[in-house]
Structures are given as structure tokens and as C-alpha cells.
Design a protein around this ligand. Structure first.
Ligand code: NAD
Ligand code: ZN
Length: 381
């Protein structure tokens, strides 16, 4: 008989970072970025090409900012520009390009990658920064609504593989996040709107007062009012960070993903549409679907259902898509479970501001939900 024994290692790693709000982050007079960096830091800037198209002076502005603060910032290279949008997560070669730049320009674990771009871009560049030297520092400057209120402020990085969203990735908190409101002015109406669905999501799950506020903010937001959008982004980001920092499972070791309301369908719809649907647009449909499912399952009352659908519509979202009829839609449930592991856990709402986990989705009822949602939307127009 062999003797067995063990040695235990128990530890936790503290994380602490800030999401800073500012305007014109690359104005030489603006100290936000300089102060977010350790003194003398070496910096590799990486820019989203879709953003640069609308801000052609961005690379030069970065170089000028670094020159104005040369006592603090050691610019390692001229900014690297890479494609943005889902394309950057679909082709792993872009991660390779960032890794090459990190190697070539000697970005070590005390140096920074500073990435400016949309959620997809930050996910991919963040993944490269996370795996280079097992993690170099990263500062994110999100440039879309969705990135400023959700994708760019959290702890997840990754790219797509095997026709699955975020199949390859890692948890790694940023050194800091800087939300520059000015960057959002050049968004298309589609991208301006898309990120608002994540705010509706957290409001429905956790904050009835914020939901009511969003009902008032919806019209000014459709008129591109920056203050109304600023409020939506700030509260949405706050609710996401409270969850990450305060709910006890920042790296999603459990089987639940409580902030992923509507996301099992959203991720599948994005794929089925060949990424014709933006993440935020797919999330709006996913929320409408699971809200309607909750209504039909007798979990949610009709008045709250009406308000939820009404808010998404007044923000301008299309709440149905041809992909809802694809028999493969329900595979999204299996894939969602597999991504997390453990028991299937789908978050729904039983009232505005109140979430509930269910562990079973009835496929027949879900198919009936698609027709009911279509009927309900059709009845309004
Ligand atoms: N890591 C996370 O926790 C997390 C959370 C939610 C979503 N996501 C991911 O985020 C991605 C969606 O991000 P998104 O909604 O920001 O879209 P996106 O990154 O696809 O960007 C949309 C488009 O806007 C362009 N763009 C970026 N900034 C611009 C600007 N200021 N002006 C004009 N154009 C600009 C981009 O080049 C792109 O073409 C998805 O891949 C999703 O899976 C990640
Ligand atoms: Zn999302």
C-alpha cells in the first residue's frame, strides 16, 4: 500500500482598477492617460482601423500626447492600426500581429499596451496582451457605447474559434479603463444604439429605478443627446463593475452567468447572421425573446413584459430576425452551457429589476415564444 499525502496552496490575488470618465483624452492638457500610467512607462498604442477611419488624426494625436508627456511616457512605436469589428476576433492572425509588435518593441510586464477601439477590438488586443509574457499591462480606451458600458470595462478577453464566440480567451483585468465621451460622436446610428441594449439588460436584472430612468432617456438618446447617453453608460458600467467586484465570482467559476440575460440566443444569432447583427442588436433580440418566454411560462407579468419590450422598441431596436426561425437557434442553449460548464443556468426576470435562474428551457415553449414575439411586434406596427 502506498502512502498518500498532500500539500495545499491557498491564495487569492487582489485586483484593483478604475474606469475613468473624460473628454478628449489625447489633448495634451488632459492628464487622465498620463496619470493612469506608471512613471516612465513604455507604451505600445494599438488602434481600431474602423475608429481611425473617422478620426484620421488619432495616431498623430497619440504621438503628440506622448511627446508632450515624454518625462512620463516612453512611446515604444508609432501606433499600430488593426481591423476592428468582429473581423479581428474571427482571424487569429491579428492576435499574432499584436504579439509580434509586443516582442519587436520590447513590451515587458511593466510596460503597457494601450488599445483604443470597439469591444471586439479590445477583446482581441486584450487577449494578445494577456498571453504575451503571461500578461503585460493593458489600458483600454473603449470607443463604442457597448465597449464603454460593458465589453471594455470588465475582465474578459478573447477571440472566436470553431464557429463559437469567445471560444479562445482568458480572464485578465486591465490596469485602467478610460471612457472618452468625445470618441462616441462619430459612431454610426447603429453602433450608437447597439450598446444601449446592455443597459436595458442590467436595468431589467437589477435596478428598477434605472429602468424607469431609461424610459425617460430613450427619446433624447435617439436624438443623439450626449448627456443622456453619458448617464446610460455611467450607470450601466457601474452595475457591471459592482457585479464583477462584488458578486464573488469575477472569473465565472460557477455555472451561472447572471449578467448574460438574453445572451444564449444573442451569441447564436450573431453567428447565424454571419455577424450581420451587431452584438448589441442581437442582445436586444435575446432579451425580447427571454422576456417573452418568461411571460408565456407564467414567470413574468404582462405589464412588466410590455414595458421591457416597449423600452427596447423606443430605443429603435428591431426585435425579430429571420435567424430566429433557424432550427439551430436552440443549439445556442447547449453551447451556452458548455462555455460555462456545470448545469444549464439561464437567467430570466420575474419582474423589472428582479432576476431569477432557471435550469430548463422547454424547446416547444421557446419555439412558441418566437411566434408570440413576432405576433406582438407585428401587432404594434
Ligand atoms: N469582454 C467582454 O466582457 C465583452 C462583453 C460584451 C461584449 N463583448 C464583445 O464586444 C464585441 C462588440 O463590441 P462593439 O459593440 O463595441 O462593436 P465592434 O467592436 O464590433 O465595433 C463596431 C464597429 O464600430 C467601429 N468603431 C469603433 N469605434 C468607433 C467610433 N468611435 N466611431 C466610428 N466607428 C467606430 C469598429 O471599427 C467596428 O467596425 C463583440 O465581439 C462582443 O462579443 C465583450
Ligand atoms: Zn453582451
Amino acid at each position: 500500500v502506498t502512502e498518500s499525502s498532500s500539500i495545499r496552496a491557498t491564495f487569492s490575488v487582489p485586483y484593483d482598477y478604475e474606469v475613468l470618465f473624460t473628454r478628449d483624452v489625447l489633448d495634451a492638457e488632459n492628464p487622465t492617460l498620463r496619470e493612469a500610467l506608471a512613471p516612465g512607462a513604455r507604451v505600445l498604442p494599438v488602434l481600431d482601423a474602423g475608429l481611425v477611419e473617422h478620426h484620421p488624426g488619432l495616431a498623430d494625436a497619440f504621438v503628440a500626447y506622448a511627446a508632450a508627456h515624454r518625462e512620463r511616457i516612453d512611446l515604444a512605436a508609432h501606433p499600430l492600426v488593426l481591423p476592428g469589428g468582429e473581423a479581428v476576433k474571427e482571424d487569429p492572425r491579428h492576435v499574432g500581429t499584436v504579439l509580434e509588435a509586443i516582442e519587436e518593441h520590447a513590451i515587458d510586464r511593466h510596460a503597457y499596451v494601450v488599445a483604443i477601439g470597439g469591444g471586439a477590438f479590445l477583446d482581441a488586443v486584450g487577449f494578445a496582451a494577456t498571453i504575451a509574457h503571461r500578461g503585460v499591462r493593458m489600458i483600454r480606451l473603449p470607443s463604442t457605447v457597448l465597449a464603454q458600458n460593458d465589453a471594455g470595462i470588465g475582465v474578459k478577453n478573447g477571440i472566436n474559434a470553431f464557429a463559437k464566440k469567445n471560444f479562445v480567451g482568458a480572464f485578465a483585468p486591465p490596469a485602467a479603463v478610460i471612457n472618452d465621451a468625445e470618441l462616441l460622436t462619430t459612431l454610426s446610428d447603429r453602433d450608437w444604439r447597439a450598446g444601449t441594449s446592455e443597459a436595458v439588460k442590467v436595468a431589467l436584472l437589477r435596478d428598477a429605478a434605472f429602468f424607469a430612468e431609461l424610459e425617460d432617456l430613450a427619446y433624447p438618446i435617439t436624438q443623439r443627446d450626449p448627456e443622456a447617453m453619458g448617464r446610460l453608460i455611467h450607470r450601466c458600467a457601474e452595475l457591471h463593475l459592482q457585479h464583477i467586484a462584488g458578486a464573488g465570482d469575477p472569473f465565472e467559476l460557477g455555472s451561472a452567468r447572471p449578467l448574460d440575460f438574453g445572451h444564449w440566443a444573442a451569441h447564436k444569432l450573431e453567428k447565424l447572421s454571419g455577424h450581420g447583427l451587431r452584438h448589441g442588436e442581437a442582445v436586444a433580440i435575446g432579451i425580447a425573446l427571454d422576456t417573452t418566454y418568461a411571460l408565456l411560462a407564467g414567470i413574468l407579468g404582462e405589464e412588466d413584459w410590455r414595458r421591457a419590450i416597449g423600452l427596447l422598441e423606443s430605443l429603435g431596436f428591431e426585435l425579430t430576425a429571420p435567424e430566429l426561425d433557424d432550427p439551430a437557434l436552440l443549439d445556442g442553449l447547449v453551447e451556452f452551457r458548455e462555455h460555462l460548464g456545470g448545469e444549464l443556468t439561464i437567467t430570466v426576470i420575474d419582474a423589472i429589476g428582479s432576476q431569477l435562474d432557471v435550469h430548463e428551457i422547454n424547446p416547444r415553449l421557446m419555439r412558441a415564444t418566437v411566434s408570440a414575439l413576432r405576433g406582438a411586434i407585428g401587432a404594434r406596427v
